[in-house]
Ligand binder design. Structure first.
Ligand SMILES: C[S@@+](CC[C@H](N)C(=O)[O-])C[C@H]1O[C@@H](n2cnc3c(N)ncnc32)[C@H](O)[C@@H]1O
Length: 248
């Protein structure tokens, strides 16, 4: 048993650093059925509130066109679609077919479309009023390229909004790490039957970018007026910025 868990550690270690899209896709395909339930339990029901704050940060008009990257089972896309109303449109993209299958069912009747698409291959359409990504940035093999691609999809004056789990520092760090590294994989095993995927989650958070670094990625991609908010004892960052308006 010990040898087995050691090899699981080694493979999640590897994935945290390679973030190989094929393996990430397989992992999310495998946990899709229990993904929403795990989110509710792990976050003590707070994840919906964080997504609501992300929708507010996107500052949408009622007919806005929005691209939700790494849309997963669609919770943020659905909240965005309710905000833009029937004259708007939300396109959700993801590399996991099974996550998107669930999103399509949940979003039935809302102005949404879901497509299998890797954000790292996204063309610079320059026509979305807002681009969002929730809990997806840390999974990208090249996070700076992901942000550049998202910025390229924005229309002038459009908003890019990033919601992400971030590594913890400060007085509560040991307690929070204990929760993320021991309790969450245990829950993942009991509820989703996938302790490895949830061990990946905690390891990938630890190895990920913090709120300031996300802000710098947005600025480096040419976005301006970078703002951010720290949520949930510093474990979640909401960062948003604007694409400059076209000159003249
Ligand atoms: C933790 S889930 C987040 C889902 C959703 N945004 C939410 O708030 O619950 C991360 C998602 O990112 C997707 N993903 C990972 N790499 C991607 C990529 N290169 N392009 C698009 N989606 C990707 C995964 O398939 C997964 O569905």
């Amino acid at each position: 048993v010990r040898r087995q868990s050691k090899s699981a550690d080694l493979s999640t270690d590897h994935l945290v650093h390679s973030r190989d899209p094929r393996q990430i896709e397989r992992m999310f395909d495998a946990i899709a059925g229990r993904y929403d339930l795990m989110n509710r339990i792990m976050t003590f029901g707070q994840d919906g509130h964080w997504r609501t704050l992300a929708v507010t940060a996107a500052a949408l008009k009622s007919d806005a066109r929005v691209l939700d990257v790494a849309a997963g089972t669609g919770d943020l896309a659905i909240a965005l679609a309710r905000s833009v109303g029937p004259t708007g449109e939300v396109i959700g993209i993801d590399i996991s077919t099974r996550m998107l299958d669930l999103a399509r069912v949940k979003a039935a009747g809302l102005p949404t479309r879901f497509q299998v698409q890797d954000v790292l291959q996204l063309e610079p359409s320059g026509d979305f009023d807002a681009v969002t990504i929730a809990f997806g940035l840390r999974n990208l093999a090249d996070r700076a390229e992901g942000i550049r691609r998202m910025a390229g999809a924005l229309a002038p004056a459009g908003r890019l909004v990033v919601l992400e789990l971030t590594p913890v520092t400060g007085r509560l760090a040991r307690l929070i790490r204990l929760y993320e590294q021991q309790i969450i994989p245990l829950m993942g095993s009991l509820i989703a039957g996938r302790s490895q995927a949830y061990r990946y989650l905690s390891q990938s958070v630890e190895a990920s970018v913090n709120r300031g670094e996300i802000g710098r990625l947005l600025a480096d991609a040419g976005l301006i007026d970078v703002r951010s908010k720290s949520l949930a004892l510093g474990t979640v960052a909401l960062v948003w910025a604007t694409k400059p308006s076209a000159p003249g």
